[in-house]
Design a protein around this ligand. Structure first.
Ligand SMILES: NC(=O)c1ccc[n+]([C@@H]2O[C@H](COP(=O)([O-])OP(=O)(O)OC[C@H]3O[C@@H](n4cnc5c(N)ncnc54)[C@H](O)[C@@H]3O)[C@@H](O)[C@H]2O)c1
Ligand SMILES: O=P(O)(O)OC[C@@H](O)[C@@H](O)[C@H](O)[C@H](O)CO
Length: 378
């Protein structure tokens, strides 16, 4: 069995590549970073170091690498003969990997089994987004794409921080990991990936993950940045940061319980487990990594505006989320282009125009006045 995985970065090597390897797949990493591809090609194995209580080191072997910017023909051939294609490149990059996946699908022999395509990104329905880009790229052959591929949405959860360059291609990760994949598109013939969980309906899982892990994580990052902290564990040890994270997650939990009819006690336990993960001092994660791309994080369906808008539509409380959004506006990290753009937009636009442009919410939405107020008063 062969898997082609786009994005040989933190999640690619430290999570998806590892689980595919453990499932018995030969993994072909595709990435645009030439130095990274050369390093992977030169290695026979790499280690995934789990840190924190019960952490172990796992070794990945049986992989190859293709430079997707330089060797499209080789990548098309790999996709044409693969069983699985996964991505962990970032939601905004999906449109750039779609054309070569379309070409690989069209190059498959018509008798081949259908290719399982799964985007492993922090975004709702990321595989649907990727599939739409692949169909659009295939043009008149879009029907053939759907005959040859099965597209399944997924939710991925493992904190993988930025890596020490001296570690080579080894990866340091937390012990926790969860890969949830929707089963329905496979019609009963799901890929064999023992480390993954297949569920009929992914909606509750991805919203629970994004609106708990990622809303809380981003709140810790932005409040930590504003308070002058560099590492997430250090930020989370600050009582004021932790208090805001806990208040925000009580609001998102109220939404998740109401919308998806989750058991409140189970959601409380899920939230507590996540708070303990943020406190993992053995994980060298930074507020700048976790806060990266603030414009993406403040967009319509993402970890702040997604839950806050739905709470407001239900007439439920959003005060703490709105406070966290106000703190996010202070994220000013020159190394992050979206942070620079965020600060420029704040300087250039009136509050109402800023809210509409960044969050995508119309003026008449019940959340909008609260956001305009927080932007105006910053
Ligand atoms: N790191 C985490 O804790 C974590 C956890 C869950 C989900 N995720 C999600 O996984 C995705 C990747 O995050 P990451 O932390 O691994 O980022 P990363 O920056 O470590 O890795 C992304 C990789 O994608 C590569 N890439 C960029 N453009 C590409 C292209 N056009 N073709 C092929 N490769 C390309 C980059 O060179 C890089 O190696 C994101 O959607 C993120 O939200 C991350
Ligand atoms: O990857 P992002 O930028 O969407 O979010 C940053 C972190 O919150 C994220 O990478 C988490 O570490 C991860 O989602 C945990 O599963």
């Amino acid at each position: 069995m062969k898997a082609v995985h786009f994005g040989a970065g933190n999640i690619g090597r430290g999570f998806i590549g590892l689980l595919l390897h453990e499932a018995g797949y030969e993994v072909v990493f595709a990435d645009v970073n030439a130095d990274l591809i050369d390093a992977i090609t030169a290695a026979d194995s790499y280690d995934v170091h789990e840190v924190g209580a019960g952490g172990r080191t796992k070794t990945v072997t049986g992989f190859r690498a293709v430079n997707s910017a330089a060797d499209e023909a080789a990548l098309i051939e790999e996709i044409a003969t693969a069983d699985v294609v996964t991505t962990a490149v970032g939601p905004n990059v999906l449109r750039f990997v779609a054309p070569v996946i379309a070409k690989g699908l069209l190059a498959r022999s018509s008798g081949s089994p259908r290719l399982a395509v799964m985007a492993c990104e922090n975004a709702i329905s990321a595989t649907d987004t990727l599939a739409a880009e692949i169909r659009s790229s295939a043009g008149d052959s879009a029907v053939t794409v759907d005959e040859r591929a099965v597209f399944a949405n997924t939710a991925v959860d493992r904190i993988v921080p930025g890596q020490d360059p001296a570690a080579g291609i080894d990866v340091t990760v937390e012990t926790f990991c969860e890969w949830v994949i929707e089963s329905t598109p496979f019609g009963g013939a799901t890929p064999v990936i023992p480390g993954a969980t297949f569920v009929d309906a992914l909606g509750p899982y991805i919203e629970r993950k994004l609106f708990t892990v990622n809303t809380g994580h981003a709140t810790a990052a932005y409040a930590g940045f504003a308070a002058g902290h560099q590492r997430i564990a250090e930020a989370f040890a600050d009582p004021e940061v932790r208090d805001l994270v806990e208040r925000v997650l009580r609001e998102t939990s109220a939404l998740l319980v109401a919308k998806h009819e989750l058991d409140p006690a189970e959601q409380d336990a899920y939230r507590e487990k996540i708070l303990a993960r943020f406190a993992n001092d053995a994980l060298p994660d930074t507020v700048v990594r976790v806060g990266r791309q603030p414009l993406r994080k403040l967009s319509r369906d993402e970890r702040f505006i997604g839950p806050a808008s739905q709470l407001a539509e239900r007439g439920m409380l959003t005060d703490d989320l709105v406070e966290a959004i106000g703190v996010a506006l202070r994220f000013d990290a020159p190394e992050d282009p979206e942070s620079v753009e965020l600060q420029q937009l704040l300087a250039d636009l009136a509050p109402a125009a800023f809210v509409e442009r960044v969050t995508g919410l119309p003026p008449e939405h019940p959340l909008t006045p609260h956001l305009v107020e927080v932007v105006a008063s910053r």
